[in-house]
Design a binder for this molecule. Structure first.
Ligand SMILES: Cc1cc2nc3c(=O)[nH]c(=O)nc-3n(C[C@H](O)[C@H](O)[C@H](O)COP(=O)(O)OP(=O)(O)OC[C@H]3O[C@@H](n4cnc5c(N)ncnc54)[C@H](O)[C@@H]3O)c2cc1C
Length: 601
């Protein structure tokens, strides 16, 4: 027996029981689909992951790409696995038929990608960035740009990047200095250095399409002077074939603690005459276009965090059932055989915590993915607008909570294996290293928490915040009407009251007190709010499980649903209680960190 990379039953539960993905084929866009096509897609993704990704997971970790001064050299297994993903249509499974896509609902594509990410998490960076890049061009590019770039990207012939970060501009994009000047033919010439650009150079695809933020000469300072450009590695000939090299040079590869199959590059644009670049949309509106890609990437990052946690959970669960060690305290016979470590309650605690974190986190990512879909395909305008409002509001939490707690789950997976978890004979240490990035890129946890408290909560008269509270209240009402899970619906109600009073105090203080001081515990606010969101999603899962148990399912399902209820109980009794401590720090506008002087360290 080998450890499964994901729990298939749980994925089915999420898709069909929690989020009712089957009903999506009533929407015209998905009319060709049904549960059978969804299942076939999931099975294909699982088969690719098991055949190409899992066996090469450690090869990708130990043989990271190198740069010989001219080109990037990658281990052949990466190319073989990548091609298998491309050939099966998993670069852009959600794309329109006209661009070679399958028009799969994003929530189903997310579940299929979950297998691929669980099998070899970092390889999915190439496809995820490529699709988000193509989607941005489709949304904001000119007709010609869409015609030129979208199909080659979506088919996987080209790949895409997002090139924002510079040595002096990471979290603070207002300080970007890469420059652009318009040439006589209407194209631009871009010059400057970008760092940390994921998938910025490699030989997996014919061409690489960089979406680059740069400042047109004379543009206003700050974020209002940033424009967005398409800058390909190779220019295209008239017929669309790949032509001459553009002035995009790889200045170096970064060596990282994890995610090693995904190149992290320093790129130099336009070392001589400037790299030929094509403006997307209008000058100085680049950051707002880039948010199209960043928001999509944020859901991907959160999902990566959750999936990394889920696969580590499966591995440590498998291990705990097989590893004999020690005896229970209640056993007085020293000659009795050692029990498997899953018999020890503390090991079950660590497994239950992983289950509660990761199945809660993945439910949040799928919820976000469904909102992303609803924004454009929900039947009514009201539903679309509501989805947009909720998604915009929740994005900092979708990005952050799963990244933080997925990584925490990986740390617990290592702990379950003890010393064996710390050595590379087992994959959990690699899973932890791979996952660790997710709290950093696409906006660090600190930056996301400032966005949540400083922008998303007060925005539009708290419209997003209020809409989300109403969603949670609806679930509480459902539980009350059904007369089930009252312990949990009451806890959630109380937690929402805590959230409301904490939020009011913070918003008042933001207007009257020193803003740096008030925001100094914003990460705690995100954690508090995130815990409540996850508790809500556990109540929703609990409601589905309770209804299913009432129908007396067969034995394996009975156990599955009881496991769901136990994980919900764990989250409420052992995790949600933490919010009271955080609420106190926040409501007191505690200034311990703010008051700490630099030279007191
Ligand atoms: C492996 C990897 C892949 C990446 N991929 C890409 C990519 O594809 N494209 C791309 O453009 N970028 C990419 N990045 C860059 C990534 O998005 C940045 O590293 C990240 O945004 C943080 O910027 P920084 O590293 O400059 O850190 P800094 O901005 O210097 O932040 C350092 C610390 O200071 C805190 N901090 C900074 N400013 C503030 C503030 N105003 N208030 C409170 N705290 C603050 C941060 O939270 C963080 O803890 C990648 C990075 C890595 C490591």
């Amino acid at each position: 027996m080998t450890a499964p990379i994901l729990n298939n039953r749980d994925l089915e539960f999420m898709l069909y029981e929690l989020f009712d993905a089957e009903s999506l084929n009533k929407r015209p866009r998905y009319a060709d689909h049904n549960k059978e096509t969804y299942t076939a897609t999931l099975n294909t993704a699982k088969a690719i992951a098991e055949k190409y990704l899992v066996p090469t997971r450690s090869i990708m970790d130990t043989n990271q790409p190198t740069f010989d001064g001219e080109k990037v050299l990658m281990t052949p297994e990466i190319k073989i696995a990548y091609d298998a993903i491309v050939e099966s249509g998993f670069v852009a499974p959600t794309a329109d038929y006209e661009f070679g896509g399958m028009q799969l609902p994003p929530i189903v594509a997310n579940a299929a990608n979950a297998y691929l990410a669980a099998g070899g998490s970092t390889l999915m960076g190439y496809t995820g960035l490529t699709l988000a890049n193509a989607n941005l061009i489709q949304a904001h590019g000119s007709e010609e740009q869409i015609k030129t770039w979208v199909e080659p990207l979506m088919s996987g012939r080209f790949s895409g990047t997002m090139a924002l970060t510079e040595p002096g501009a990471g979290s603070g994009l207002a300080d970007i200095v890469t420059s652009a000047v318009q040439a006589n033919d209407g194209t631009y010439r871009v010059s400057g250095s970008k760092i940390f650009i994921s998938c910025g150079d490699h030989d997996l695809t014919e061409n690489i399409v960089h979406l680059v933020l740069a400042r047109v000469k004379g543009a206003p300072k700050g974020v209002k002077g940033i424009s967005l450009f398409i800058v390909p590695k190779f220019l295209l000939n008239e017929d669309g074939s790949v032509g001459e090299r553009n002035e995009v040079a790889l200045s170096g590869l970064f060596h990282k603690m994890g995610g090693k199959a995904q190149t992290s590059t320093a790129l130099s644009f336009g070392e001589q005459d400037g790299a030929i670049a094509y403006l997307v949309g209008e000058e100085n509106k680049g950051l707002s276009y880039m948010f199209h890609m960043m928001n999509e990437a944020r859901i991907l990052v959160g999902t990566g965090g959750a999936i990394g946690g889920l696969t580590g959970f499966q591995y440590s669960l498998y291990y705990a059932k097989e590893r004999p060690q020690g005896r229970l305290l209640s056993c007085k016979d020293p000659l009795s055989p050692a029990v498997n470590i899953i018999e020890h309650a503390d090991v079950r605690r660590m497994l239950l915590a992983q289950k509660a974190y990761t199945e809660g986190a993945y439910a949040l990512c799928l919820y976000g993915t469904q909102l992303y879909d609803d924004e454009t395909t929900a039947p009514t305008v009201e539903e679309r607008e509501k989805a947009s409002l909720l998604l915009d509001f929740l994005t900092p939490m979708i990005k952050t909570w799963p990244s933080e707690y997925g990584t925490e789950a990986n740390s617990l997976a290592i702990q379950v294996l003890g010393g064996y978890g710390y050595i590379n004979e087992h994959p959990v240490e690699q899973m932890y290293r791979d996952n660790r990035l997710n709290t950093i890129h696409e906006g660090t946890t600190g930056i996301q928490s400032l966005d949540l408290l400083g922008r998303k909560v007060p925005m539009n008269n708290m419209a997003g915040y209020n809409a989300f509270i109403a969603e949670m209240q609806n679930t509480i009402t459902t539980a009350q009407e059904r007369g089930v899970l009252s312990e949990y619906s009451e806890s959630l109600s109380k937690a929402i009251e805590t959230l409301q009073s904490t939020t009011t105090k913070l918003l008042t203080a933001m207007m009257t007190d020193n803003i740096d001081k008030v925001m100094s515990n914003s990460v705690k606010y995100l954690e508090l709010f995130g815990h409540i969101v996850i508790a809500w999603l556990w109540l929703k899962q609990g409601l589905v499980a309770t209804a299913a148990l009432e129908k007396q399912p067969h034995e394996s399902d009975d156990k599955f649903y009881r496991g769901k209820l136990q994980a919900m109980q764990y989250f409420y009794r052992c995790e949600l209680v933490d919010i009271e401590g955080w609420a106190k720090i926040l409501s007191d506008i505690d200034s311990t960190s703010y008051d700490m002087q630099v030279d007191w360290f």
